[in-house]
Design a protein around this ligand. Structure first.
Ligand code: CUA
Length: 156
């Protein structure tokens, strides 16, 4: 069967566009690290209190200008509720919820995520400006949702 010339040209263009699109997507995902989140660590929401890492929520100094915040979430509080870190430090938040889905948002920063039961959420943030930041829950979690917040003090 002989193909119409125009049909053949358009077919080549269509297939070419698909290959180009796949190439761009693949480049972004693998070379630029823009793929979907793949951090999947599981945790039993019922066993957080006895979990080796999450049984003691708090701010831990890991090394030179590196901090880790072990955080638990539950209706309607963040633990720890007060976090103090130095300006410019790299802060990794490791979070787990004891009950329902909660949100974690620090306005005017890139820190904005969800914490889903059964999974450990990890997010790293550097606070470049000293001051007081407020962390709020931005996922409706019940009657006290609007009161669920924590403060982050960034010291000079
Ligand atoms: Cu927790 Cu809304």
């Amino acid at each position: 069967m002989k193909m119409n010339k125009m049909e053949e040209i358009w077919m080549i263009i269509a297939v070419g566009l698909i290959i180009i699109a796949m190439g761009i997507t693949g480049y972004q995902a693998f070379a630029m690290g823009m793929g979907p989140p793949s951090h999947q660590e599981h945790i039993d929401p019922q066993a957080i209190e006895s979990h080796p890492e999450f049984s003691e929520p708090g701010v831990y100094e890991l090394g030179d200008n590196q901090y880790e915040v072990i955080m638990t979430l539950q209706a309607f509080e963040f633990q720890p509720g007060e976090i103090t870190v130095p300006e410019g430090a790299e802060v990794t938040f490791r979070m787990a919820t004891k009950d329902v889905v909660h949100g974690v948002n620090v306005p005017h920063t890139n820190l904005n995520t969800m914490v889903v039961p059964g999974f450990i959420q990890e997010i790293t943030q550097t606070f470049h400006e000293a001051g007081e930041y407020i962390m709020v829950c931005n996922e409706y979690c019940g009657v006290g949702h609007h009161m669920m917040s924590a403060t982050i003090t960034v010291e000079e």
